[in-house]
Every structure is written in structure tokens, then in C-alpha cells.
Design a protein around this ligand. Structure first.
Ligand SMILES: Nc1ncnc2c1ncn2[C@@H]1O[C@H](COP(=O)(O)OP(=O)(O)OP(=O)(O)O)[C@@H](O)[C@H]1O
Ligand SMILES: [Mg+2]
Length: 183
């Protein structure tokens, strides 16, 4: 009888401003990891907000709660051998720290990747039109513009996506996992 080695999971949290490139990188990375035989789950902020965090808004408290819920799901998945890729803004350092501690408590690898695209580039990309709506006075509380974004102090990786293709960005994240024997 052959036994396959137990898969080691991990959480990769892609934090950054709206339109920074989190979702794009997560999808490219997930595709590569799947093609290599890993079990992968992408927990995207927009989808999560439609179910797990339905009813939550964008106050400081609700944003924190949203991140804790996603962090719980990611840790459960990662602890059970899945590579959980999380392209979620997560603007507050203390929220992200709580997620890290949750992973540390179970000895589950957790990596923070700062998708550090400058706000000027993000607002030009403006994939969802949020920056335009904020500028027109039709939206308040846009992260990085009139709502806080606390950049990670010690991330595993910082990505300057304005100088990279999505593939290059995703490959850089993959290299972080590979260096720890996780990919
Ligand atoms: N190196 C890169 N990595 C990722 N995205 C890039 C890169 N270069 C250009 N882009 C473009 O930037 C845009 C990023 O949009 P995306 O939806 O991924 O952002 P997001 O961070 O998920 O935003 P939101 O927080 O609003 O969901 C896409 O149009 C993508 O093609
Ligand atoms: Mg996104």
C-alpha cells in the first residue's frame, strides 16, 4: 500500500489598496498552484461579503469583523492542508495581527504579502470605479483615500505591481512559498 505525504497548507494574505492587484495575483497564483497539484482555495473579499460577511458594512468595527471571519476560515483550511489565498484589503494592522496569532496558535504557516501599488496607480486603474465615485463625492470611506490603510511593517513580500506583470507578481509570491517548501 502506498501512502501519499500529508499536504502542508498555508495562508497567503494579499493586503493592499483597492485596485492594487490582489484578486488578479490571487487568481494567477491559484492557477499555477493547482496545476502543480496543490489544493487551493481563494477567499476573495467581494464574494465573502456576499455571504459570510453579509450585513457587515465598512465601519472600523465591521471591517475588523470581516477580516476575523475570513481569517478563521483561512486558518481552518490551511491547517487541513489547503493553500488559502486571501486577496482582501485588511486595512488595519491589529486585525491582521489577530489573524497571524490565530495561525501561530495552531502552528499553521501564515504569510502577509503587501501589494504595495501606489494610490496614484490604483486610482488610475480604478477597476470598480470606486476612486471616481469618491472623487465625485458619491462615496465616503475609501481605503487609502479618506479611510485609513495601515501598511504592513514586516511583510513576507512587497510587490510593486506598477513595474510587473500579474504573472511576475504571482511568481514572486510562489517563490516565497517554494522557499519554505510549501509549493
Ligand atoms: N503586476 C500586476 N499584478 C496585479 N494586477 C496588475 C498588475 N499589473 C497590472 N494589473 C492590473 O491591475 C488591476 C488590479 O485589479 P484587481 O481587481 O486585481 O485589484 P484588487 O486589489 O483585487 O482590488 P479590490 O480591493 O477593489 O478588489 C487589474 O486590471 C490588473 O490587470
Ligand atoms: Mg479584489
Amino acid at each position: 500500500m502506498t501512502t501519499t505525504p500529508r499536504a502542508q497548507g498555508a495562508t497567503v494574505w494579499l493586503t493592499g489598496l483597492p485596485s492594487a492587484g490582489k484578486t488578479t495575483i490571487a487568481r494567477v497564483l491559484a492557477g499555477r498552484l493547482r496545476s502543480e497539484g496543490h489544493r487551493v482555495e481563494v477567499l476573495d473579499g467581494d464574494e465573502i461579503r456576499r455571504f459570510l460577511s453579509a450585513g457587515l458594512g465598512f465601519s472600523r468595527e465591521d471591517r475588523h469583523t470581516n477580516v476575523q471571519r475570513i481569517g478563521l476560515v483561512a486558518e481552518v483550511l490551511a491547517r487541513n492542508g489547503v493553500l488559502a489565498v486571501v486577496p482582501v484589503i485588511a486595512p488595519y494592522a491589529d486585525s491582521r495581527e489577530a489573524v497571524r496569532k490565530r495561525h501561530d496558535a495552531s502552528g499553521t504557516p501564515y504569510f502577509e504579502v503587501h501589494v504595495a501599488t501606489p494610490v496614484e496607480v490604483c486610482s488610475e486603474r480604478d477597476v470598480k470605479g470606486l476612486y471616481a465615485r469618491q472623487a465625485a463625492g458619491r462615496l465616503k470611506g475609501l481605503t487609502g483615500v479618506d479611510d485609513p490603510y495601515e501598511a504592513p511593517v514586516d511583510p513576507a513580500l512587497v510587490l510593486q505591481t506598477q513595474n510587473q506583470t500579474p504573472q511576475e507578481s504571482a511568481d514572486a509570491v510562489h517563490a516565497v512559498l517554494a522557499a519554505r517548501g510549501l509549493a
